[in-house]
Design a protein around this ligand. Structure first.
Ligand SMILES: C[S@@+](CC[C@H](N)C(=O)[O-])C[C@H]1O[C@@H](n2cnc3c(N)ncnc32)[C@H](O)[C@@H]1O
Length: 204
């Protein structure tokens, strides 16, 4: 029963079974230390560690070549994507409207050693994403919650078949009902919600 109950969307009991990430080499050890430092000293609405690890797992196992993130903040989730993309040979395009956080994120990508696979675009992502070219493997929505539908409409046509749209803060208090309708009523989308994150696959 630990950590579980009606309305508990965090699946805390499952998270309790996890152990911390293990570094397989010096590069990973350095990146994990940067992630810890961000969580301790530069936190701004970053995803919890277990979500960051899940993003990495999905990116690597999908062999993703292009991930698009809305909302870089201080670069925490971006580094988790970066760890996977270093191995897939892919890249991350991440968007941040706040100048200060964008600068912190860029510095963090550099000290984690993943800056070569990440492009941070500063400004309003609603406008900027329309300029994106090429196919996307994974979209991660973690910026303005009321903007999720607009991001979905603009980016879904660029998502490859089998690609994923992941959205953060999907819980009864924060989820935009219009976004929930969009991802649960389209027969070409398969969606589950787990631990506050929606996972949507584009079928064709
Ligand atoms: C929840 S935080 C992102 C956390 C980040 N994904 C992480 O886990 O490290 C949301 C970020 O989205 C940014 N944001 C909000 N509206 C935006 C917009 N229209 N365009 C770009 N960024 C935006 C905010 O400034 C904020 O830093």
């Amino acid at each position: 029963q630990r950590g579980r109950g009606p309305g508990d969307s965090r699946l805390a009991g499952d998270v309790e079974l996890e152990k911390g990430p293990l570094a397989a080499n010096e590069f990973e050890s350095n990146a994990l230390a940067v992630l810890e430092d961000i969580a301790a000293n530069q936190a701004y609405r970053n995803v919890p560690q277990h979500d960051g690890r899940l993003l990495r797992i999905m990116t690597r196992s999908a062999d993703a070549k292009h991930v698009v993130e809305l909302g870089s903040s201080t670069g925490y989730s971006g580094i988790w994507f970066g760890l996977a993309l270093k191995q897939t040979g892919g890249k991350l395009t991440t968007y941040e409207i706040d100048k200060e956080r964008a600068a912190i994120a860029r510095a963090n990508f550099q000290r984690a050693g993943v800056d070569d696979v990440i492009t941070l675009v500063e400004g309003d992502a609603h406008e900027a994403v329309t300029k994106l070219e090429g196919t996307i493997d994974i979209i991660f929505l973690d910026a303005d919650k009321e903007g999720y539908v607009d991001y979905l409409n603009k980016l879904l046509p660029k998502l490859r078949p089998g690609g994923l749209v992941l959205a953060h803060n999907i819980n009864p208090r924060m989820a935009d009902p219009n976004y929930m309708t969009a991802i649960t009523t389209d027969p070409n989308l398969e969606t589950v919600v787990r631990g506050g994150m929606s996972i949507t696959m584009k079928k064709e």
